[in-house]
Design a protein around this ligand. Structure first.
Ligand SMILES: Cc1cc2nc3c(=O)[nH]c(=O)nc-3n(C[C@H](O)[C@H](O)[C@H](O)COP(=O)(O)OP(=O)(O)OC[C@H]3O[C@@H](n4cnc5c(N)ncnc54)[C@H](O)[C@@H]3O)c2cc1C
Length: 424
């Protein structure tokens, strides 16, 4: 068998007749499929999606998987069932972009042309930025709800927990669903109470953020929840290392920590925290192939640079982006994508017709924060962390049973049957 070099492969692909699409979508997750479905409903054809995975995940369910409420299999369905009819599925990884020529190259060495490009490959979980984490994740009482494989481990370890220190972490980078690192902590706290082991347990929250939650209306309620469960909150700390043998986690103070601000020339102080159970939320950033592309905003985390209202790329007018990979300054959630997708599609169609881009995204996002088994705060907000509830007649700035039921039953139904079909 002969081994091809990258050069030979790209020469071959250039000599082949190159496929060209009216709209090419990179990523067939929440954002890519929602946009594809809406384009189909608006009668746009010659659309293709580059998506490597056979499986589509409804990630918001992983919180309830970690809490032992839902089997993980309920969060996964075949990708094929959600590619709109008539849309071509290119099962490959996008690898590089040439926006000047309107080309995307893939891992298998193929090149695709487009008139319009939508960039939606989600974000990257940077496990390796925490020393020792990759080696121990899913074992030794260390888990994370951030993957399909490890969310069930969270439940396994919590269910076996008999008291001691339960440690929950959140990095200083943006994360998918900013409330998710806390949701599992509150479920665990409720579980420990129900099992009668709360008095033998210390719950610690170490967060890289400088606040418990950015939206004041939500923060007020969460502060009471933290008090109720007697959780010790430590802000401005990033998890940097785990020693699974000693069961010790090391945290480093962030630039916002008062000690760092007072002594900016000294190395950031660090603390060692022993634990018996650890739920880790990894640092997150744009996928490396995006960071290295001309589409990035040039920041260290490398998000795609878009106008925060039109979702059009700031340098390439025929490129749009949405979802976790974009640099939209709002919380990265599926709920945000539900509001971004119609804006993007209408603006794209306006561009195709030579019209003004008239639709504007206001940063709308939602974070359903589970605070106990059967209790949830529906945090809805827009840019600048402004509280903006949308559910009529319901006071959502409090813990509610009906909102928990909405997360458990209503939102998964809405996702699979309406949102991914371009209907909601
Ligand atoms: C634990 C947890 C809890 C959450 N809770 C909530 C919640 O309660 N409410 C809420 O609204 N949101 C929640 N979210 C967030 C929500 O799931 C994400 O914001 C949303 O899925 C992001 O959609 P996306 O399309 O940008 O990325 P994804 O849905 O992650 O899709 C990205 C797609 O791109 C593909 N891809 C990757 N690399 C390439 C490549 N090189 N080429 C082509 N394709 C590629 C991937 O295979 C994937 O299919 C939660 C997430 C987690 C992990």
């Amino acid at each position: 068998m002969s081994v091809q070099t990258g050069l030979q492969m790209s020469e071959q692909s250039l000599s082949r007749k190159q496929a060209h699409y009216r709209v090419l979508i990179v990523g067939g997750g929440t954002a890519g499929i929602t946009v594809a479905a809406r384009l189909k409903r608006r009668g746009i054809d010659k659309v293709a999606i580059i998506e490597p995975s056979e499986v589509h995940y409804y990630q918001p369910l992983w919180t309830l998987v970690g809490g032992g409420v839902v089997p993980v299999e309920q969060s996964a369905r075949p990708e094929r069932g959600y590619i709109p009819k008539g849309t071509e599925w290119i099962q490959d990884h996008a690898e590089s972009f040439d926006p000047e020529k309107g080309l995307v190259c893939t891992r298998s060495g193929k090149t695709y042309g487009y008139d319009y490009l939508i960039v939606a490959p989600g974000l990257q979980l940077d496990w390796q930025k925490v020393s020792g984490l990759t080696e121990t994740l899913g074992r030794n009482n260390v888990s994370s709800n951030y993957t399909y494989e490890t969310a069930p481990k969270t439940w396994e370890f919590l269910n076996q927990f008999r008291g001691g220190v339960a440690l929950f972490t959140m990095p200083s980078t943006p994360v998918k669903c900013g409330g998710a690192p806390q949701k599992i902590m509150y479920m665990a706290a409720d579980l420990f109470r129900r099992k009668g082991i709360a008095k033998d347990t210390q719950i610690l929250f170490y967060s890289g953020s400088n606040t418990l939650f950015g939206v004041p209306e939500v923060r007020k309620v969460l502060e009471k929840v933290v008090e109720r469960y007697n959780i010790q909150v430590n802000l401005n700390y990033n998890l940097v290392a785990i020693d699974p043998i000693r069961r010790v986690a090391t945290f480093e103070a962030t630039a916002n920590h008062p000690d760092v601000q007072a002594n900016p020339d000294k190395p950031a102080p660090s603390v060692e925290v022993p634990y018996d159970f650890l739920h880790a939320t990894p640092p997150q950033s744009a996928p490396d192939f995006i960071k290295q592309s001309p589409l990035t905003d040039g920041s260290a985390l490398g998000w795609v640079a878009v106008d925060k209202h039109t979702l059009q790329h700031t340098r390439y007018p025929n490129i749009f982006s949405l979802g976790d990979v974009s640099n939209l300054p709002t919380s990265k959630t599926g709920a945000a994508i539900r509001k971004q997708a119609p804006v993007l599609v209408e603006n794209l169609i306006a561009l195709m017709r030579g019209q003004k881009l008239s639709q504007s995204y206001d940063g709308a996002t939602a974070c359903p924060i589970v605070t106990a088994y059967g209790k949830l705060i529906m945090a809805e907000f827009i840019y600048d962390s402004k509280w903006k509830p949308t559910i009529p007649l319901v006071k959502t700035d409090r813990e509610r049973w009906d909102m928990y039921m909405l997360k458990r039953w209503g939102l998964p139904f809405m996702y699979w049957h309406l949102m991914l079909r371009g209907l909601a």
